[in-house]
Design a protein around this ligand. Structure first.
Ligand code: CA
Ligand code: CA
Length: 427
């Protein structure tokens, strides 16, 4: 690694900003700053250390320029840039921005891959756990290195993490990325529908072959290139994707049942929620302030900074920092409501034919039905304080729609979600 790059890494926040790099130095030591902490499966040998050092040199030449920008602008600017990428780019561009590994298969084929924690970063606005390095910057990894566990990446700080389980088995392809995004953005009510779409044969199990077929087609529709061929399928089956290893075993001989599919969706969503909560709850108190909760709701919304500041001030005035706060279970249950997106809006207003809006108790009940989790009174109070502008204790479609829409949009959930149509009705 060149000295200038190293010096730059140490300067200011740069080390923190490239925390996900964990690039090996000549001595086979991982560098890196804060972040997940644990490292996966890294077994150093003299040969791989030398090879990785060479890759690191190439990597640093490209990273060098970017780091200059980071060092000059600071983390807030980096976060703002990443938020814009998440909000305005197509899924394949988002993937390329956050993916930092160039995987080289035994047959010489090359493809960008993303680590599970980078996947989290790619779909979470304001994420500070790991940062994207942008397209064109990557570390090269050969299939042999991945298969022998010679792979270094940052890990999720969540206990019993499903992301780490996958990471222990390999990286994620673009098709995997699209699948995970679709899974997260599918309301619980439609998870079985999503399962049925993958179970092409309809025998109640998803086999690796079915998964490869559907996920690749889905990925192409989400902005990937080329068209699907049988060749793609056999390549995917032979790939060392951590997700395929996790779901179907390294020999691809396990099947995915409906129960397993549902559990996987739940585990994944809960970890994503927990990671995001932890980013607010720095002191690990199990609660965040009402203002932080509102900040989470309005992240990347299309409201002006001035209006956002005014709203947060209003919330802070009502619940000063030592207020009651929002607990993790309340946060989680409302995350489910938000992830369900249009479902809430549909359920809330289909009875409201007279256009008189919904009161708090109706809102709480319907949000609980939609999410399958109990929505807390306190969260509803905060929502009404935030959105009920005219203070008549009723919310109307327009009050709710933009917040929900923006929330999903800023994470790409609207791009990846399942769409159901029945005759002329489209959901
Ligand atoms: Ca099947
Ligand atoms: Ca109102």
């Amino acid at each position: 690694m060149n000295l200038a790059a190293r010096a730059l890494l140490r300067s200011q926040n740069a080390a923190a900003l490239v925390s996900k790099r964990n690039i090996l130095t000549e001595h086979g030591q991982a560098t890196g700053g804060r972040g997940g902490g644990r490292r996966a499966n890294f077994r150093s040998t003299a040969a791989t250390a030398a090879a990785t050092a060479a890759a690191a040199a190439v990597f640093y030449a490209a990273l060098n320029d970017r780091m200059k920008v980071y060092a000059q602008t600071g983390e807030q600017e980096v976060i703002a840039i990443e938020n814009r990428v998440r909000q305005y780019s197509a899924p394949d561009k988002i993937f390329n921005y956050f993916a930092s590994y160039l995987f080289i298969a035994k047959n010489g084929k090359r493809a960008m891959m993303i680590s599970p924690l980078e996947f989290y970063a790619a779909i979470t606005p304001d994420c500070g756990l790991v940062h994207g390095v942008g397209s064109g910057v990557h570390v090269e990894l050969t299939q042999q290195e991945v298969e022998h566990g010679q792979l270094d990446m940052e890990m999720s700080p969540v206990e019993g993490s499903v992301l780490n389980e996958i990471a222990g088995l390999g990286l994620l392809s673009y098709a995997d990325f699209c699948f995970l995004l679709a899974l997260l953005s599918t309301p619980r009510k439609y998870v079985e529908t999503a399962f049925s779409m993958f179970d092409v044969t309809g025998d109640g199990n998803i086999e690796a072959k079915e998964f490869a077929y559907v996920s690749t087609k889905m990925a192409h529709k989400s902005g990937g290139f080329g068209s699907y061929t049988d060749l793609d399928q056999s390549e995917i089956l032979a790939s060392s994707s951590g997700l395929l290893n996790y779901l179907f075993g390294k020999n691809r001989d396990q099947t995915l049942t409906k129960e397993k599919f549902k559990k996987f969706q739940k585990d994944l969503l809960e970890e994503i929620i927990q990671l995001e909560f932890m980013e607010y709850d720095k002191g690990k108190t199990g609660r965040i302030s009402e203002a932080e909760f509102v900040n989470f709701l309005l992240k990347n919304g299309r409201i002006t900074p001035k209006r956002r500041a005014a709203l947060i001030k209003k919330i802070e005035a009502k619940w000063p920092s030592k207020g009651r706060g929002v607990s993790f279970p309340s946060f989680k249950s409302f995350f489910y409501v938000l992830a369900g997106g249009a479902e809430l809006e549909r359920a809330l207003f289909f009875l409201d034919v007279e256009g008189i809006g919904v009161n708090k108790e109706e809102f709480r009940k319907i949000a609980s039905w939609v999410s399958g989790e109990t929505t807390s009174d306190h969260v509803v109070d905060v929502i009404y304080e935030l959105l009920d502008d005219d203070a008549d204790d009723r919310l109307y479609r327009d009050d709710v729609a933009t917040v929900l829409l923006d929330w999903r949009h800023s994470r790409g959930y609207d791009k990846g979600s399942i769409r159901v149509s029945l005759g002329e009705i489209r959901i």
